[in-house]
Ligand binder design. Structure first.
Ligand SMILES: *[C@@H]1O[C@H](CO)[C@@H](O)[C@H](O)[C@H]1NC(C)=O
Ligand SMILES: *[C@@H]1O[C@H](CO)[C@@H](O)[C@H](O)[C@H]1NC(C)=O
Ligand SMILES: *[C@@H]1O[C@H](CO)[C@@H](O)[C@H](O)[C@H]1NC(C)=O
Ligand SMILES: *[C@@H]1O[C@H](CO)[C@@H](O)[C@H](O)[C@H]1NC(C)=O
Ligand SMILES: *[C@@H]1O[C@H](CO)[C@@H](O)[C@H](O)[C@H]1NC(C)=O
Ligand SMILES: *[C@@H]1O[C@H](CO)[C@@H](O)[C@H](O)[C@H]1NC(C)=O
Ligand SMILES: *[C@@H]1O[C@H](CO)[C@@H](O)[C@H](O)[C@H]1NC(C)=O
Ligand SMILES: *[C@@H]1O[C@H](CO)[C@@H](O)[C@H](O)[C@H]1NC(C)=O
Length: 808
């Protein structure tokens, strides 16, 4: 007790001297923690208090002063400087290590200086002096420690302990070894390269450390020294130094077996577990295996013994050959860490374990065998999942992205191909927040309204909208800050399109479309074919639009542009296709996927075929015409669609490949021939001068029709004005037959097959002559005037005093 008291007093005195003389300080609370685990000083620094700082450790020898800790010193002196799985610096030292004050092999103390500086040069470092005290009196006859960087064996010297085959007879009388200068010891190594006998000081040069204490001798060896050997025991590679320590005096030879053997592998992994295997019986350490008996097996994590491993889901098993510890990946005590490797997200799990195996055998009585192992799994890819929690009723995309460890952060997000920083995203109105999951992981929740401009929309199935959220997440992993990208596409289809309930009907001259002005109609645009029907288009085509309090009524002349005829059975069908497209949001500048216009109406007016003759005459005398049939509206579903991704500025254009009946515009062309040969014609839009007696040769051709079709010019007349209904008028053909009036005479000219004329029935030719003396301005119009208008080939004949002037 006296000695201990003196020693502590001395340390305290020294400490006080440092404190006063060199500005040394006590470590701040929480910065250093230490413990004694069997015969190891275990010290941990709090990394949070070292953030952004540099530190160095010195071993404070009470006599020699501070000694800087480096790797070489560490393995020779029984020190380990490393990090725990959380990144906190850890320092471990054997109680048999250098500079440890050993009080009777029971009380041990070691003082460490922790130097902390903001500079890597350690300039202006603050030094914290940290003394550690451990007591350990329950030494086994032999104790072996397999540390990360050294193997250590210590043997009680008052016990006969010789087992090597080259040993000599045991000496019954032993000297008091503590008084023997260690220089008198020699070491004999046996390795595959032969025997080597060296002095202790020479062994120190090779990295070994040998010394004796009050009642023990110990040998510390680095791994993989020249004197060591590797051999496999029960499937585990063991590094082994076979040595005998010899003490010789004139009449005495003391031999102590200081053989040590430590596992260098034995770790295996599955997808969900890691297993650490250590052989139960190590032959070089147990000579008479038949006397071997396991007394106790303990496992620990960091510096803590785990009394009930199963409580933490660890599995500690042993049989005659193996001791195995199996840890589920992610289990408590270890650390899961995110990592990015080759653009793939994954995790790495680390845990610091130790195993303490105590056995007895006839040679050694008790051996305590401790292995300390830091285990890290390989990179395990873990593809994150995107969980679709979309709420269609709330028109809200809600998407969870996980499962991530706490060291992952979301740094940016791309929505609809537009990149946002998190701040921009929040500012825009995307909701992004973290959510914890039950198994200590977390996820990122993103909420985006269906109506957000960055949500893509596709119109499908007539009254449904497909909302598409394109996401590209950018996450980063601490502390590497490596970026990882993950893209996802979430979509939701809802029937949210209210179709305008338009009604179409016909009368003898027009098609009508009545569209209710309430409801969603205001969001729709009217298209004719694929042309937006605006004021200008309406005016140019002779459409009229009127509104009453409930409806917009569109009047479309029967023969106007956009009206299509179909020459079906004994009916003629006037068809006008009107399509709607939902108005795109103003200011929208992102690409949109569109399909065929969402809604398409076709107004069909059916007339019996024989009435077409009558139809041609309506301009003459509408009152005489029979009723003109009734109109109906046929909503036409799209049959086959193709969708195209359009460039930015073309959001309104749609393409359709709709399989449907073939239909054509009735294509009629009229020309004025230079003579009755009908070979050469005047250019359109030129003035033609004719003498009154000279006839005007007029040809009308029906193009693109089947060979069976025949063109009739039912009623043609001449008027004075440009107005088709202008009066007076003089008939030149009636019911398809030429008539000769008082003013004008018309005569059909025969049409023969020629290079220009494949089907004569598609042609009609007229020679029109003026009979009257007085020359007047007249207009000649075939009855099927609308057809001419439709094709912009309306014919106007002007006759002046001395000439007939034709404008095409
Ligand atoms: C051996 O131990 C003694 C007593 O503790 C010590 O003075 C000596 O320096 C040690 N030798 C070595 C090489 O560590
Ligand atoms: C180990 O052996 C090699 C080759 O014999 C030699 O070069 C090396 O210096 C030795 N190492 C030590 C530490 O003695
Ligand atoms: C002991 O356990 C190990 C590992 O689980 C196994 O490979 C071996 O076969 C077992 N040995 C005996 C003797 O049961
Ligand atoms: C957490 O739970 C989820 C789902 O149950 C699973 O996919 C994920 O791998 C778990 N993560 C961890 C670290 O256990
Ligand atoms: C997501 O963003 C990254 C980085 O900009 C890019 O390399 C990757 O191709 C994107 N993924 C998709 C599917 O767009
Ligand atoms: C996502 O959730 C919505 C709403 O439940 C559902 O309509 C949709 O089909 C889901 N799937 C995908 C891939 O978006
Ligand atoms: C959408 O159209 C389908 C079939 O045409 C119809 O059954 C459904 O009721 C419509 N839904 C809405 C909301 O209009
Ligand atoms: C407006 O016109 C439509 C179509 O002609 C008609 O059905 C409707 O009754 C009219 N409304 C009023 C209030 O006159």
């Amino acid at each position: 007790m006296e000695a201990i008291g003196y020693s502590l007093c001395r340390i305290w005195l020294l400490f006080l001297l440092f404190w006063l003389g060199q500005g040394r300080q006590m470590a701040p609370p929480g910065f250093v923690e230490s413990s004694c685990r069997s015969r190891i000083f275990w010290m941990k620094l709090n990394k949070l208090l070292l953030h952004g700082k540099f530190f160095k450790l010195e071993i404070n020898d009470p006599y020699a002063g501070p000694i800087l800790l480096d790797e070489k010193l560490a393995s020779r002196c029984g020190y380990v400087l490393s990090e725990d799985v959380w990144g906190n610096p850890v320092f471990r030292a054997s109680v048999l290590g250098c500079h440890v004050i050993n009080e009777a092999d029971e009380l041990f103390s070691l003082t460490v200086n922790i130097k902390v500086s903001s500079f890597s040069s350690m300039r202006a470092a603050v030094t914290y002096t940290y003394p550690m005290y451990c007591s350990y009196s329950s030494w086994a006859s032999r104790e072996i420690v397999c540390e990360e960087n050294y193997m250590e064996v210590s043997v009680k010297t008052d016990v006969p302990a010789v087992s090597n085959d080259y040993t000599v007879a045991w000496m019954s009388a032993l000297p008091e070894t503590q008084n023997v200068a260690y220089q008198l010891w020699q070491l004999m190594f046996v390795s595959p390269s032969g025997r080597k006998r060296i002095t202790v000081s020479d062994a120190a040069k090779l990295g070994y450390s040998f010394n004796n204490t009050l009642s023990r001798v110990y040998l510390r060896a680095p791994y993989h020294s020249n004197e060591s050997d590797v051999s496999m025991v029960s499937g585990v590679n063991m590094n082994m130094v076979t040595s005998t320590s010899m003490y010789r005096q004139r009449w005495l030879l003391l031999l102590i077996d200081t053989t040590v053997s430590c596992p260098v592998d034995g770790i295996s992994f599955t997808d969900t577990t890691l297993t650490w295997t250590v052989p139960s019986v190590i032959p070089t350490l147990v000579v008479q295996e038949s006397t071997f008996l396991t007394k106790n097996i303990l496992m620990g994590v960091d510096d803590q013994v785990i009394v009930n491993p199963e409580e933490k889901n660890y599995l500690l098993e042993h049989n005659k050959t193996h001791i195995g510890i199996t840890i589920p990946i992610g289990a408590e005590g270890g650390k899961l860490k995110s990592s990015i490797s080759g653009g793939v997200y994954g995790v790495i799990y680390s845990i610091d374990l130790f195993l303490e195996h105590t056995w007895t055998d006839a040679d050694w009585q008790t051996t305590k065998y401790t292995v300390i192992k830091s285990i890290t799994t390989p990179f395990m890819p873990q593809i994150p999942t995107v969980i679709n929690n979309t709420l269609p009723e709330e028109r809200l995309f809600s998407v969870a992205f996980g499962h991530f460890l706490p060291d992952v952060s979301l740094v940016a997000i791309t929505i609809g191909n537009v990149p946002f920083t998190l701040r921009e995203a929040q500012h825009h109105g995307f909701k992004i927040y973290e959510t914890p999951f039950s198994n200590r992981t977390k996820g990122f929740i993103l909420e985006v309204s269906f109506d957000d401009p960055y949500v893509l929309k596709e119109y499908v199935n007539r009254n449904e909208t497909k909302y598409i959220l394109l996401i590209n997440y950018t996450i980063s992993v601490d502390p590497e800050m490596t970026l990882y990208y993950h893209s996802a596409e979430v979509e939701c289809v809802i029937a949210d399109i209210e179709l305008p309930e338009a009604v179409g009907y016909c009368d003898e001259e027009n098609l009508y479309l009545a569209i209710p002005t309430f409801g969603l109609h205001q969001y729709w645009n009217l298209y004719l074919g694929n042309k937006l029907l605006n004021r200008h288009v309406a005016l140019a085509n002779g459409y009229l639009a009127a509104t009453n309090s409930t409806h917009l009524i569109l009047q479309i002349p029967l023969f106007a542009a956009g009206v299509v005829y179909e020459v079906e059975g004994d009916h003629i069908i006037y068809e006008n296709e009107i399509s709607y497209e939902k108005e795109t949001l103003p200011g929208q500048s992102i690409p949109t996927i569109t399909r065929d216009p969402d809604y398409r109406l076709t107004v069909l007016c059916y007339y019996r075929a024989k009435e077409t003759l009558v139809l041609g005459a309506f301009a003459n005398d509408p009152s005489a015409s029979p009723p003109f049939g009734s109109g109906m509206m046929v909503p036409r579903p799209n049959i086959a669609d193709v969708s195209c991704l359009l460039p930015k500025n073309l959001t309104n254009i749609s393409f359709s490949a709709v399989s449907r009946r073939i239909r054509q515009t009735l294509n009629v062309v009229s020309r004025v021939s230079k003579d009755q040969s009908f070979v050469e014609f005047y250019e359109p839009n030129v003035a033609i001068l004719k003498r009154p007696v000279e006839p005007v040769f007029l040809e009308v051709e029906l193009k693109d029709e089947s060979p069976d079709a025949e063109l009739y010019l039912e009623n043609c007349w001449v008027t004075r004005s440009l107005d088709l209904n202008g009066t007076p008028r003089w008939n030149i053909t009636m019911d398809g037959c030429e008539t000769n009036g008082s003013e004008y005479a018309a005569e059909f000219c025969p049409v023969a097959v020629s290079p220009r004329v494949r089907h004569p029935s598609h042609f009609k030719r007229l020679a029109v002559r003026t009979l009257a003396r007085r020359l007047e301005q007249v207009t000649v119009q075939p009855a099927s005037r609308a057809t001419y208008l439709l094709d912009r080939s309306g014919l106007l004949i002007q006759i002046s005093d001395d000439a007939c002037k034709l404008n095409l």
